[in-house]
Write a protein that binds this ligand. Sequence first.
Ligand SMILES: Nc1ncnc2c1ncn2[C@@H]1O[C@H](COP(=O)(O)OP(=O)(O)OP(=O)(O)O)[C@@H](O)[C@H]1O
Ligand SMILES: [Mg+2]
Length: 359
Amino acid sequence: MTQVTLHHLSKRYDQQHHAVRDLTLALAPGRVTALLGPSGCGKTTTLKMIAGLLPPTAGDIQFDGQSVLSVPAEQRGAVMVFQNHLLFPYLSVGENVGFGLKMRGQAQAVIRQRVAEMLALVRLPGYEARRPHQLSGGQAQRVALARALVVQPRLLLLDEPLSNLDAHLREEMRQLIREIQQALGITIIFVTHDQEEAVILADEIALLFEGQLHQFGPPHRFYEQPANERVARFFGSRNLIPGRKQGERVSTALGEFQVAASPLPDGPVLLTFRPESAALHPTRPPADAANTIRVHVTGCVYAGTHTRWQLIPAGLHAPRLNLHAVSDPRLGAWLREGDNATLYLPPENIWLLPAQQDA
Ligand SMILES: Nc1ncnc2c1ncn2[C@@H]1O[C@H](COP(=O)(O)OP(=O)(O)OP(=O)(O)O)[C@@H](O)[C@H]1O
Ligand SMILES: [Mg+2]
């Protein structure tokens, strides 16, 4: 199992801007890490630098504490599977998978055996004689995976491994990646711009915007404790209420809220909560109720397992503030568009963000 550490890693393709800027990360060995972020944020660039396919402009990359900057790609023990999996079209599936071993001068019998093992691992046993054009997209992706794994890498780097697949194949590939990780115990880093994918598949997520790391940690933190407004928005938070923090209280245009202890200093903050962590009641709150907002229902969508609510604070004048809540699906029998209701925010479900958006 390989521990990958990035130290102040930067990449500039030109003088004007950084593709990756001062990235410092310690990735857990034998785990699955997602590099997540919107298009152009530097994910592929980072992966290529780890693989040894692109030299960094500054910083260091270490495998198990040893710098690998001077180690050529083919000796790093890291294999990268590209966004558009490129199989050699004129070779059979078996020859594609065995290619890396043949290059290393392995005996035919060994190659045949390892190729069969790898094809079994990616659930394509007996596909040796097929040609790439006779494969479906999902099968070709799995052959590319088998070809990468056949050389027994210490590190598997996957660039958008699921992006060209339909929902069903995605699920299958996800399971496969998990199985491979468990069967071979290797460290896997995969790139995605899809936050749901990162959450389902990764043990830890590194979220990048414009080449800079904004948050690193296990998936649940990105929902429960986003580092800043941008992270919160990327993970679908739409409840953002400006306020002023003083100790464990925050005063806002919607009233005062009791909050859990926050590491942020007193002063301007953004108060946020998940739609599913607030409680919506069709009744008026008792006069002394704390942490409640009187709201007006502007929209309501029944989604089978739950109902989604769009709300605005009742009696609050411009600027308009939209709030979102999720409730038991049956609340729709008691409450509808145009009604007023009460939204209760438990202090422990409120999270505070720095007030101004990070650059
Ligand atoms: N060879 C290159 N020369 C100049 N600029 C480049 C080069 N490759 C990438 N870039 C720029 O570097 C930035 C990061 O690119 P990168 O390919 O790492 O993004 P990405 O996060 O993988 O995006 P996507 O999700 O679209 O694949 C982008 O602004 C891109 O235009
Ligand atoms: Mg990319």
